[in-house]
Design a protein around this ligand. Structure first.
Ligand SMILES: Nc1ncnc2c1ncn2[C@@H]1O[C@H](COP(=O)(O)OP(=O)(O)OP(=O)(O)O)[C@@H](O)[C@H]1O
Length: 284
C-alpha cells in the first residue's frame, strides 16, 4: 500500500512546488490509474512513491509518503527497492547494462535480492510467458525495439514481486495489442495482492482494467473515482486529458437523439455496443 499525506514537493531547481498537498491512498490488490496532461507532475508523483524523491533527486518536501507503513523519507533506497518497483518512462535507461541476454537482464533484480536460484528461474520463465517474450530470452536487450525494451522493463520489475508496482507510461512505445497485453498482465497480477499504480494515456485501457482513477492537473489531485465516473466527467476536456472514443461517440449520438435517454455514457466498447443496441431495440 502507498499513502501520500499532504505531500508538497519542489525539485532543487524549481521556483515553486511541482506537487501540492497530495493526499492519496493506493490500496493492496487494487489497480489504480493516474491521468493528467503533460507536465502535471505524474512522473514526479511516481518517483515520490518509489523513494527516488527525495533520495535520488533531492529537493524540498512537506507531508509524508509511506510504502507498506514505512515513511519513504526515513527509509533507505535499498530497503525501499525490496518493496516498491518503478518502471520508468524511458526503458533504455532501465537496462542494467550488466547482463548479455534478456533472460539474464530480467533475472538481475532477483539476483541482487538474493532470490534462491530455482525460484528465480521459475519466476523469470513465468513472467516471460505472461508477457509473451519467451522468444526474446537469448537476445541482447540493446538490440530490441523501444516497445520490446518497455516490456522487458515491466518484466524486470514483476519478477521481483514487489508489494507495490508503479509504472510511468509503460506502453508508450507499444502497439495496441502489446499495450493491452501489458495492462492485462498488471490487472491479473494485482489479484495476488500487489498494489498497482499505472500512469497511462490510453484511456480505453484504463476504462477496461483499472479499479480507480486519479486526475492530476497543475500538481494537484483534482478528482478521483471509478473509470466510469472520471472518464465521463465533463471537465476532462478542460483538464486537457480528453475522453475515451466510445464516450465521445455516444455523446455525439446523444446530441442527435440516438442514445437511450437517461443512460450513462459508455467508457468501454462493450458498454457502447450495449447502449446502441438498447437504442435500436427501443426504436423497433
Ligand atoms: N528534475 C527536474 N527538475 C526541475 N523541474 C522538473 C524536473 N523534472 C520535472 N520537472 C518539472 O516538474 C513539472 C512536472 O513534471 P513531470 O515530468 O512530473 O510531469 P508529467 O505529468 O509526468 O509530464 P509528462 O506527461 O509530459 O511526462 C514540470 O513543470 C517539469 O518541467
Amino acid at each position: 500500500m502507498i499513502t501520500f499525506r499532504d505531500f508538497t514537493y519542489a525539485y532543487p531547481t524549481s521556483e515553486s512546488p511541482v506537487l501540492h498537498d497530495i493526499t492519496l491512498d493506493v490500496h493492496p490488490g487494487r489497480f489504480h490509474g493516474l491521468v493528467g496532461p503533460g507536465g502535471s507532475g505524474k512522473s514526479t508523483l511516481a518517483m515520490a512513491g518509489a523513494g527516488f524523491i527525495p533520495h535520488a533527486q533531492g529537493g524540498e518536501y512537506t507531508g509524508d509518503v509511506t510504502v507498506d507503513g514505512l515513511t519513504v523519507g526515513d527509509t533507505s533506497l535499498p530497503e525501499l527497492v525490496t518493496r516498491v518497483g518503478l518502471v520508468q518512462q524511458d526503458p533504455f535507461n532501465q537496462i542494467s547494462g550488466a547482463r548479455f541476454s534478456v533472460r539474464e537482464e530480467i533475472a538481475f533484480g532477483c539476483e541482487n535480492l538474493g532470490t534462491e536460484r530455482g525460484e528465480m528461474v521459475r519466476r523469470v520463465d513465468d513472467v516471460m510467458r505472461m508477457l509473451d517474450i519467451t522468444h526474446l530470452a537469448e537476445r541482447s536487450p540493446y538490440e530490441l525495439s523501444g516497445g520490446q525494451q518497455q516490456v522487458i522493463a515491466v518484466a524486470s520489475m514483476l519478477v521481483m514481486q514487489p508489494s507495490v508496482l508503479i509504472l510511468d507510461e509503460p506502453t508508450s512505445q507499444l502497439d495496441p495489442a502489446g499495450s493491452r497485453m501489458v495492462v492485462e498482465a498488471l490487472a491479473t497480477i494485482r489479484q495476488s495482492g500487489m498494489t498497482v499504480l499505472l500512469i497511462e494515456h490510453k484511456l480505453e485501457l484504463l476504462a477496461e482494467y483499472a479499479d480507480e482513477l486519479h486526475v492530476l492537473t497543475g500538481g494537484r489531485l483534482v478528482a478521483e473515482g471509478t473509470p466510469e465516473e472520471i472518464l465521463t466527467d465533463t471537465r476532462m476536456e478542460e483538464w486537457g486529458i480528453g475522453r475515451p472514443r466510445f464516450a465521445t461517440a455516444a455523446m455525439e449520438a446523444r446530441r442527435e437523439g440516438a442514445w437511450p435517454s437517461g443512460r450513462s455514457l459508455p467508457v468501454t466498447l462493450d458498454a457502447a455496443a450495449a447502449g446502441f443496441r438498447a437504442f435500436l431495440e427501443g426504436k423497433r
